[in-house]
Write a protein of this length. Structure first.
Length: 450
């Protein structure tokens, strides 16, 4: 299908980069972070400034295409047929006010830059586990972080946003100026405007302390129960993740982990040591490795083992209302079945704390949700995809009886929509706001149910 003349003509007056399908560099530019997802937009734009964005809006209005804002390629969910893919890397300003604990973050800034700038400052950012994810996409999609029990979702910490409306108006918007717009931006993504920068509230963390405990898989049932029981007494300053890892028997892996299964409990406090609470987990099994003491978000990011380059993969996430004994036993038995070898890792995140009392109104919410689980299946060239897909289906079916009523957009699978994140009335409200703020439908409808 030929590119519309309005898009072709825009190349000549575009200050940034605008790549069409026949241009060199288009294939690399169109790729999302998850290389297992195929995107073929009509063009890939990297605007240099707000004027470039206005020109894109005008071209979209004239040509009938839509603009899909995807800062770093995370969160890709479809082919983007009939859309211009917009990268925001040029919007890279970062300003931090340590007196007020507020950061102004351009929509092309990645969390790693924010974490590095805050090192040793007594503040931390409500950042996810990966330093290469853009702040904007993460925050506008909800965003669950190391510090969510302390500070709530990433979207809860959105104080204001600089928004380019589809009529060309560019302004700072907060709850006082436009509460409806902010409500939608907190979790429904960029369905109602193009966000060029965000004002983020930071998290006071006078003494960041962490504990990383590794157990043999034989102790997994008692250890996971101990973590589950800890949730009822853990203060909101304590955040806990559990990871069940099953390593393939691959010759390139070190002998001590090759073909092995183990369980890791990671605890993070923003208010100094929590030894008394963590000792209840230590006593639940034989600790094979114990790293405990002062830490920092930069150290956490370095040790996260998150990929730093785009890679193919499949995963499935489930938000659970409860994690009872029967579910723990069934999950861990499922984990060790030979036919479930495609699932390399299962993460279990303790919720509650500040998540149960959101500080600002927004579409995204994990209020009254107990746990967030994620299963990861690497995509390996030459290895059939069907066993991995079957394992993820079985994972979802096993947990379905305890599934909570909502999750957040940053944990949706490619084919899932915002129906899993909000009520019917909230989806209706999003549609109404979208019609009000984008009457010409210039912005891609993203994960709205079609």
């Amino acid at each position: 299908m030929p590119t519309h003349p309005a898009i072709v003509a825009l190349q000549e007056r575009f200050s940034g980069t605008l790549l069409l399908p026949d241009d060199s560099g288009y294939d690399a530019a169109r790729q999302p972070w998850n290389l297992a997802i195929e995107q073929r937009p009509v063009a890939v734009a990297t605007p240099a400034d707000v004027d470039d964005l206005r020109a894109l809006l005008n071209a979209a209005r004239e040509s009938g295409v839509r603009l899909a804002i995807q800062p770093s390629g995370h969160g890709a969910s479809g082919s983007l047929s009939g859309a211009v893919l917009v990268r925001m890397s040029a919007f890279d300003d970062l300003e931090i006010d340590l007196d007020s604990g507020v950061a102004r973050v351009g929509s092309g800034v990645r969390w790693g830059a924010v974490v590095e700038a805050l090192e040793g400052a007594g503040w931390v950012a409500p950042a996810g586990t990966s330093p290469v994810v853009c702040v904007a996409g993460y925050t506008l999609g909800g965003g669950h972080s190391w510090f969510s029990r302390t500070a709530g979702l990433g979207s809860d910490n959105l104080r204001a946003a600089w928004v380019l409306r589809t009529d060309g108006t560019h302004e700072r918007v907060d709850d006082e100026a436009d509460a409806d717009l902010l409500w939608a931006l907190r979790g429904a993504g960029g369905l109602v405007g193009i966000v060029t920068a965000l004002e983020i509230e930071l998290v006071r963390a006078p003494a960041v302390w962490g504990s990383n405990l590794t157990f043999d898989v034989a102790d997994a049932p008692t250890v996971v129960r101990a973590v589950r029981d800890l949730a009822s007494s853990a203060p909101s300053t304590l955040n806990v993740f559990v990871n069940s890892m099953r390593m393939p028997d691959a010759p390139q892996l070190p002998e001590q982990i090759r073909g092995r299964s183990f369980l890791t409990v990671q605890a993070l406090s923003t208010d100094g040591p929590q030894d008394e609470l963590i000792d209840t987990v230590r006593r639940a099994g034989e600790v094979r490795r114990d790293i405990t003491g002062p830490t920092s978000p930069a150290a956490l990011a370095a040790a996260s083992n998150e990929p730093t380059d785009p890679t193919p993969g499949r995963g499935s996430s489930m938000a659970l209302s409860t994690l009872d004994d029967a579910t723990i036993d069934a999950l861990l038995e499922f984990r060790e079945l030979p036919e479930q070898w495609p699932i390399m890792g299962i993460d279990i995140r303790m919720l509650g704390g500040a998540l149960d009392t959101p500080r600002r109104p927004g579409f995204a919410s994990l209020e009254s949700v107990g746990w967030l689980l994620h299963a990861l299946v690497p995509v390996i060239p030459g290895v059939p995809a069907e066993p991995g897909e079957a394992s993820l289906v079985a994972f979802r079916e096993l947990l379905a009886p305890n599934e909570a009523s909502q999750t957040v957009a940053t944990f949706l699978e490619p084919e899932q929509t915002l129906e899993r994140c909000g009520s019917v009335d909230e989806i209706v409200r999003i549609r109404e706001l979208r019609a009000r703020f984008d009457p010409d439908a210039l912005l891609h409808d993203g994960r709205l149910p079609r």
